[in-house]
Design a protein around this ligand. Sequence first.
Ligand SMILES: O=C(O)[C@H]1O[C@H](OP(=O)(O)OP(=O)(O)OC[C@H]2O[C@@H](n3ccc(=O)[nH]c3=O)[C@H](O)[C@@H]2O)[C@H](O)[C@@H](O)[C@@H]1O
Length: 437
Amino acid sequence: MSKQMSHLDNIPSTPGKFKMEKSPYVHNRLRWHSSLAKLTFWSFMFMGVILIFFFRSPSSNPLPQDPSRRSLRTFNWGGPAWEKRVRSSARIRSHNGICVLVTGAAGFVGTHVSAALKTRGDGVLGLDNFNDYYDPSLKRARQALLEQTGVYIVEGDINDSSLLRKLFEVVAFTHVMHLAAQAGVRYAMENPGSYVHSNIAGFVSLLEICKSANPQPVIVWASSSSVYGLNTKVPFSERDRTDQPASLYAATKKAGEEIAHTYNHIYGLSLTGLRFFTVYGPWGRPDMAYFFFTRDILKGKSISIFEAANHGTVARDFTYIDDIVKGCLGALDTAEKSTGSGGKKKGPAQLRVYNLGNTWPVPVSDLVSILERLLNVNAKRKIMKLPRNGDVEFTHANISLAQRELGYKPSTNLQSGLKKFVRWYLSYYSGGKKAAG
Ligand SMILES: O=C(O)[C@H]1O[C@H](OP(=O)(O)OP(=O)(O)OC[C@H]2O[C@@H](n3ccc(=O)[nH]c3=O)[C@H](O)[C@@H]2O)[C@H](O)[C@@H](O)[C@@H]1O
């Protein structure tokens, strides 16, 4: 059976009525029907105007690109052929393999993690809503890449409970790698609603299904280095305070950590949050600085390099994607099972949080110098004061906990990681055939 997710489902369909009233009835009935038709017509016109007003009015819709508008999109799923594809993608092909639902599988980290799991023989099913936060054609290209490795990505939203329930009916996932999220620090000021929709409502929707699944899966999910916010103690350790987020994005990730605590406490779900530190690499996100700096340097456009007060350095603990993938797999492999069943906790379950960084902060101006050398083009640098839109000045991970417990050991420095990124970038956007970002 084909199912669809759409807000439009709630609006009754009406065209049949109008057709019927055009049939040749006796005169009175016709008049009665025609006035009924008029009444119905004008009622619908009136409702239409109100709906248009509601969606357009700035006061009733304070979020100009409200993500709920995105979920007006219709996703098709269901049916025997679809279920067969889902099962085949999720089939474990190695001894001791795990069966993983990867949310955000067409995203940057999601694609790399899905491919790595599939390559080692785990069962992998992707889920992604292919939203247009950045160029969806890049997500489609990642999807095509995953298809070659045998990973199927179901198109749907993590807020669609009936889809999630169906997926757990078709496949007994042992693990969920939850990477679907609204990312980006600065965009949170433009579209705050999308952060609440994906990072809070979407996470809760997923946890609700996981808590009732039998067996309950293990969940590993993407938190963020941004939870350290205005924390000035460096390097950032998991024990440091995280109650001063500098952006709504950071606040939603911090909220995710608290929500994880609740579901672990009440339902016995095994939950591991990974605080990623500025992940970069091939197939990366065009909204991130290293990516659009590359694009703009090549185009001869000027780039803005932020600096802190008193010409202070802004730096990031840039972390290469392959290192992050190893950290994700380490977290999945070391996670203990959830303890609940039938939606009820049977005993204490594991609740963990780890930093996944590189432990080597690099000033943004140095990042630009590396790109200039790799691209053999001088950047048009514009030094700007760090805008007050959510960015923090400095990130630096203490990774000793992840090292000890996950065997996490980053091994790629920014120079060699960017070299791989630039090589990918130039071949992907070869000769300007595709427009970057
Ligand atoms: O570590 C993380 O958790 C976060 O890392 C990145 O956030 P961010 O570090 O701000 O990454 P970019 O947006 O690529 O910025 C990198 C650096 O370049 C700087 N920048 C950015 C944009 C710009 O025009 N100029 C500029 O100097 C930023 O201030 C920052 O220091 C991701 O975008 C987040 O999704 C992720 O959660």
